[in-house]
Write a protein that binds this ligand. Structure first.
Ligand SMILES: Cc1ncc(COP(=O)(O)O)c(C=O)c1O
Length: 486
């Protein structure tokens, strides 16, 4: 199965040449290849299982012509959909290095250096985010899995016997969210067997932040009714608008009732790194668990999420196992403190056993670029979002639908035909604009709803986006707004 050194050399040269050219030419290409249709794309990619080698030439040509050319232009200056970041060149190449070493970061003995690198990267993430210095954590596929890990740890804190007894006969648990919370949090509750009814939705204030008074009142009612609160899930950088909950105020409620405070900072978790946004991280160090996604806020290619828990013993209580076929720490069932300098096994901090070396791309990138450059770049993106928000507020044919907190701008087109439309028709028009923009491919925005209103959503997460792109974005939306009729 070994490629000859000549073949390997040839293949690697093509791969590196492709990456270099891809990154160089991204801004000149569409943000999304125009006119893609699922049926046609499926037909072009579909082929019988190759029983014999097709050769490197044919395989690589197919990658270029079928895969690369029909992929979203993630990293393009005007690819502003969801929270897709422009991956750093060094991080892209690090993925190949990690695959070459092929460490499964499960037990120290099988991945000694990779384990130590992941432990170090977690320390760096704590330092950049301003989270509790004594916390421990694990890298995960992304925010959904990271929040799941944290909430399973919270469940062990609330129900220490849950692994033995399950939920049967236990008081019903409750989890507190807002309408702005990412769906991965209720989904985590479902996956833990809590049921969707255990998820209580707390109203938000004018800035789309969880209302602490309403939270306290709901908790009081639930306690009276015999529920057992599992956790309050706050957000730093909501998916819809980038809103940041008041962590200090929510912590105060959690402290009063002794409830676990979880912070989903999948997108906005590095606010602390940016001096002008640092206040959004105030109180973060007091949270019981915290999630940040390097693949959203740190220019890492997918997948890279990070789950952190203030008291590491709850991670061990939730996930540590003893097995005959793998090395054990020796204290999985008793004392939860990790012997200092001992062999650390990441399989004891999460549900996965085989785990890729996700930390390598973060480790090499921070060494190659430095946290200061990262801070600078994130600051610029937040400034671009603020500037777009200002221009939208000043324009007569646009409306800003949410305050701009970090890098997300939620707005709608209200010019031309839209001036005559009722709210639901305006929503339909803006949904049409968003579809048409995606089809044309010059600018890629995603869509969402803010307080029921359809919003075009621009998320600044590419370090290639510059001030000049803002006017292009506004003009594209305006032009398409004039073309789309309902
Ligand atoms: C605030 C927030 N939390 C969680 C997630 C889910 O993260 P992932 O897609 O990495 O699982 C997202 C995704 O956009 C998000 O914006």
């Amino acid at each position: 199965m070994e490629l000859t050194p000549q073949e390997l050399d040839d293949f690697s040269q093509r791969v590196v040449a492709f990456i270099t050219r891809h990154l160089e030419t991204l801004p000149d290409k569409p943000a999304m290849p125009p006119g893609l249709e699922p049926e046609a794309l499926r037909a072009s990619i579909n082929e019988p299982l190759p029983r014999v080698s097709q050769g490197i030439d044919k395989a690589f040509d197919d990658f270029i012509n079928k895969v690369a050319q029909n992929s979203a232009g993630v990293g393009h200056p005007l690819f502003l959909g969801w929270t897709r970041t422009s991956p750093l060149g060094a991080a892209i190449l690090s993925e190949t290095l990690g695959a070459a070493l092929n460490q499964s970061v499960a037990v120290w003995d099988g991945a000694p250096a990779a384990t130590e690198v992941e432990l170090l990267v977690i320390e760096w993430i704590k330092e950049m985010s301003g989270y509790a210095p004594g916390a421990a954590g694990i890298l995960a596929s992304g925010g959904s899995m990271a929040s799941f890990i944290c909430l399973v740890a919270a469940r062990s804190a609330v129900l220490p016997e849950v692994r033995e007894q399950g939920l049967y006969g236990m008081p019903p648990l409750t989890l507190y969210v807002t309408p702005e919370t990412h769906y991965c949090i209720p989904k985590a509750a479902e996956m833990m067997g809590l049921g969707r009814r255990s998820v209580k939705t707390i109203p938000v204030d004018s800035e789309l932040r969880m209302d602490p008074t309403a939270l306290a009142e709901q908790i009081r009612l639930d306690l009276e009714a015999g529920f057992l609160p599992l956790a309050v899930a706050a957000t730093m950088g909501t998916v819809n608008s980038g809103a940041c909950d008041d962590l200090d105020a929510l912590h105060e409620v959690c402290r009063r009732y002794r409830i676990w405070l979880h912070v989903d900072g999948a997108y906005g978790g590095l606010a602390n790194l940016v001096p002008k946004k640092r206040h959004f991280a105030r109180g973060l160090e007091k949270a019981d668990s915290f999630v940040f996604d390097p693949h959203k806020g740190m220019y890492m290619p997918f997948e890279a999420g990070c789950a952190l828990v203030k008291d590491p013993k709850y991670l061990r209580e939730a996930f540590a196992v003893v097995s005959d076929y793998l090395p054990n720490t020796g204290n999985e069932n008793g004392d939860n403190t990790l012997p200092s300098g001992g062999r650390f096994h990441f399989r004891d901090y999460g549900p996965q056993l085989s785990r890729s070396f996700r930390a390598l791309k973060i480790y090499l990138s921070l060494k190659i670029y430095g946290a200061d450059r990262l801070e600078d770049s994130i600051s610029r993106q937040y400034a671009l979002a603020a500037e777009l928000g200002r221009r939208i507020e000043q324009a007569e044919d646009f409306q800003l639908l949410a305050p701009v907190t970090l890098g997300v701008v939620a707005f709608c087109y209200t010019g031309g035909q839209a001036r005559q439309l009722k709210d639901d028709e305006l929503d339909e028009l803006n949904a049409g604009i968003q579809r048409r923009l995606q089809e044309e491919g010059h600018v890629f925005l995603s869509g969402t709803r803010i307080r029921g209103r359809y919003a075009l959503r621009a998320c600044f997460a590419s370090f290639r986006t510059e001030e000049g792109d803002l006017e292009r974005l506004i003009e594209e939306v305006r032009d398409v707004g004039k073309l789309v009729w309902i």
